[in-house]
Design a protein around this ligand. Structure first.
Ligand code: S3P
Length: 192
């Protein structure tokens, strides 16, 4: 346990055991760019001893192109169609943790599929932390078109009605991602 995590080691162990035994669906992480879906997802999968897959990586592999190249060459609509297909496939192939790209859960079909066949966990986070985290890498085409803080603020507002449909919401603070993974375990255990 880390000092910021709400759950103690023994409760965490018990929650992990119950989830490992009873949860028969994948866990899909949703939320804005920079909330830590991939890092938290890897950690969560390792705690639960399940597989982990990053949807953005799977899209790049299927398209044999970087996401920024897909946006540049074919546009966002084309990317979303590919994202929809890839996530549908991942939901069939994986029973562990799936980190989705920030816009995936906004797509009606992808959201319906995730809500039906997985447990959706929305990782929410304050904008300043997101701006700081996303500034470390320049790989996100949507943040290249203007001021990242303004873009993230308006995406947060526009996407909140979709993200809030997730069965579970946790907050990512400005601390270690392992705390968020612990919070997710506690929240899933409570939800089950
Ligand atoms: C996007 C988020 C990105 C990636 C693409 C579009 C979005 O994923 O799918 O750049 O629409 O928010 P991350 O959330 O993993 O950065």
């Amino acid at each position: 346990m880390t000092e910021n995590s709400a759950i103690n080691d023994s409760d965490l162990e018990h929650a992990i055991t119950r989830i490992a035994r009873d949860l028969d669906k994948p866990i899909a992480l949703v939320g804005l760019m920079g909330v830590g879906k991939s890092t938290v997802g890897r950690r969560l999968a390792s705690l639960l001893d399940r597989d982990f897959v990053d949807a953005d990586d799977a899209i790049e592999e299927a398209a044999q192109r970087k996401i920024s190249e897909i946006f540049e060459e074919f546009g966002e609509e084309y990317f979303r169609a590919g994202e929809r297909r890839v996530i549908a496939r991942l939901m069939e192939e994986h029973s562990g943790v799936i980190a989705t790209g920030g816009g995936a859960f906004v797509d009606d079909d992808t959201r319906a599929l995730i809500l039906d066949q997985a447990v959706a966990v929305w990782i929410d986070c304050d904008i300043d932390t997101l701006v700081e985290r996303t500034s470390r890498r320049n790989t996100r085409p949507l943040l290249r078109t203007g001021d990242p803080k303004e873009i993230l603020t308006s995406l947060h507002e526009a996407r909140q009605p979709f993200y809030s449909q997730a069965q579970i919401r946790v907050e990512s603070r400005d601390g270690p991602h392992s705390d968020v993974a612990n919070d997710i375990i506690e929240a899933i255990d409570r939800w089950m």
